[in-house]
Design a protein around this ligand. Structure first.
Ligand code: IPM
Ligand code: MG
Length: 361
């Protein structure tokens, strides 16, 4: 296959981890007879430094012309970086929100898995973690509070800020369909998370999800309020298969779920539109404090590259080869600092990439 991939190295540790993912992809391409062409674009702080804006039209066009996008991370230290002295619409994060919207990436898949080899890093009590867990958070990514009208005004000398939370039924339906489709390939359970005891948008969410569920009689649907879900994630994470939720709730719950795994450096993500096109990135941030030191964990980005092969290109064998190599490297006792465990060998970012490359079958 000829694959055109746009890469967004981004900020902080982004360039280092994307370099390792490319190394892995190149070996996979060579072994399985594919041709991968990469084009880099700037986004976030890296784009601000060159163009004065976090995302240019040209960058969006380049991304659109590719078959998929592989991203590292964007953003800097919000208290010290000059990027955060800029107005909100010119800060690094605006680039990320901009590309999500421009590419219509409404479905965000965030797996949270407790790796057997890393179970010791799970912060939960052993009686809870012993059951293991493997959930997929499906977060709506282009609607809700993130993209509603917002403004700050002054009324009679009092400052007032307004953010609006809007969903229409089509936005809810398309993410619900993706959620049920994914559940069908997994353990066939969808937990739809909302705040229907308070919000109108959540009541509409609930009723549209139920309409969609009628077409998936083989999948079990349950509804859960978001506050309860936050609690259940630490009380009994094994109960979850697919968590289907709106943008803001998904942002918060996915951070919680990743923390519960104890190894956020391992978690990949995919953001998809209604075709096979997607943007793939690690679930973690740009970690500016460790940037350039060759100590970052590249595994989440490498697993994001694997998701790209699986979801955008249907290259399951190749994706399996990457996933197996990652598993093997852990079994062989190699760890980056963030997942270091007694008795293991600590390695840096580049060496971890090399070790995974060596294990691609
Ligand atoms: C995420 C991040 C972004 C979000 C930020 C950087 C705008 O937290 O991808 O979860 O809130 O969506
Ligand atoms: Mg977040």
């Amino acid at each position: 296959m000829d694959l055109k991939i746009t890469c967004i190295p981004g900020d902080g540790i982004g360039p280092e981890i994307v370099a390792e993912a490319k190394k892995v992809l190149d070996v996979v391409a060579e072994k399985y007879g594919h041709d991968m062409q990469y084009t880099d674009i700037l986004m976030g702080g890296a784009s601000i430094d060159v163009h004065g804006v976090p995302l240019t039209e040209e960058a969006v066009e380049t991304a659109k012309s590719a078959d998929a996008v592989l991203m590292g991370s964007i953003g800097g230290d919000t208290t010290t970086s000059p990027w955060y002295k800029l107005p909100p619409n010119l800060r690094p994060e605006a680039g990320l929100l901009g590309i999500r919207k421009a590419l219509n990436l409404f479905a965000n898949l965030r797996p949270a898995v407790l790796y057997e080899e890393l179970a010791g890093a799970c912060p939960l009590k052993e009686e809870i973690s012993a059951a293991g867990f493997d959930m997929m958070i499906m977060r709506e990514l282009t609607g809700g509070l993130y993209f509603g009208e917002r403004k700050t005004v002054e009324e009679n000398g009092v400052r007032k800020a307004i953010d609006t939370l809007t969903y229409d039924e089509n936005e809810i339906r398309r993410i619900a369909i993706k959620g049920f489709d994914i559940a069908r390939k997994r353990r066939k359970k969808v937990t739809s998370v909302d705040k229907a005891n308070v919000l109108d948008s959540s009541r509409l969410w609930r009723s549209v999800v139920e309409e969609v569920a009628a077409d998936y009689t083989d999948v079990t649907l349950e509804h859960m309020l978001v506050d309860n879900c936050a609690m259940q994630l630490v009380k009994d994470p094994a109960q979850f298969d697919v968590i289907l939720t709106e943008n803001m709730f998904g942002d918060i719950l996915s951070d919680e779920a990743s923390m519960v795994t104890g190894s956020i450096g391992m978690l990949a993500s995919a953001s998809l539109n209604d075709t096979k096109f997607g943007l793939y990135e690690p679930s973690h941030g740009s970690a500016p404090d460790i940037a350039g030191k060759d100590i970052a964990n590249p595994i989440a980005t490498i697993l994001s590259a694997s998701m790209m092969l699986r979801y955008s290109f249907d290259l399951d064998r190749e994706a399996d080869a990457i996933d197996a190599a990652v598993k093997q490297v852990l079994q062989d006792g190699f760890r980056t600092g963030d997942i270091m465990f007694e008795g293991c060998e600590q390695v840096g970012c580049k060496r971890m990439g090399d070790l995974i490359v060596e294990r691609i079958k």
